[in-house]
Design a protein around this ligand. Sequence first.
Ligand SMILES: NC(=O)c1ccc[n+]([C@@H]2O[C@H](COP(=O)([O-])OP(=O)(O)OC[C@H]3O[C@@H](n4cnc5c(N)ncnc54)[C@H](OP(=O)(O)O)[C@@H]3O)[C@@H](O)[C@H]2O)c1
Length: 216
Amino acid sequence: MDRWFLIWFVYVAGTASVFEIACTVVPFLDKYYSLAARTVFWFVVAHSIFVFTRDKIFKQRVKAGNKAVFITGCDSGFGNQLAKQLDSKGFRVFAGCLFSYNGGAAELKRSCSSRLHIVHLDVTKDESVQKAKEFVKNNLAGCDLWAVVNNAGVLKGFTVEFSKMSDYQDTLEVNTLGQVRVTNAFCPCSESAGEGSSTSTASQGEPVAPTWQPTQ
Ligand SMILES: NC(=O)c1ccc[n+]([C@@H]2O[C@H](COP(=O)([O-])OP(=O)(O)OC[C@H]3O[C@@H](n4cnc5c(N)ncnc54)[C@H](OP(=O)(O)O)[C@@H]3O)[C@@H](O)[C@H]2O)c1
């Protein structure tokens, strides 16, 4: 069901309940309103409140406009879903994929608009990150790089007893140093957007790559 219809319905039901309770508590109100008159009254009041709050409150959302977003780790999971969502909302999306022409990346490309670009990206490699940055810069097509989402991550090792050193190293390389590498590389690029921001989803990277928000 349409979200706006649901909200509208809740407003009408809420307003009707308030008026009915008011009529019960203050019975003389009943004398002035026939059922038809007060039904029209609820609708007018509820619809006015709905229109006012919809335009003033609910619609204060980010508009895609000429905004571009770079997301790491889009082969699967959250990154993949976020890329699809942002593309459907009109953002220019640069989807960093580890395997840029296989599986998830190919499916992503197929299911999105031509605004979405697949970029090969291994966050553990300086060269790969720099190449991705160049690609993004050269394909902004007049858009501002508005956000960088550090999403690429690995989940390796659960307990000290069963984890190998390589699990720790891989986790550190991707989840922590990868985020630092990407954030450092893209900072100057997204600064030009004035309100650019970098955000992290990888659990291990948050302490070292906190949300970064340059000001104009
Ligand atoms: N799922 C959760 O409950 C949860 C909770 C808290 C935080 N997180 C964090 O949220 C992020 C996404 O999680 P998810 O569940 O969507 O995991 P996911 O499906 O495994 O997605 C992680 C993505 O990162 C990619 N990746 C791995 N190593 C990479 C590298 N070296 N360079 C570039 N990309 C690389 C993976 O590519 P391949 O698939 O090709 O390997 C994959 O597409 C992760 O950072 C995770 O730590 C997840």
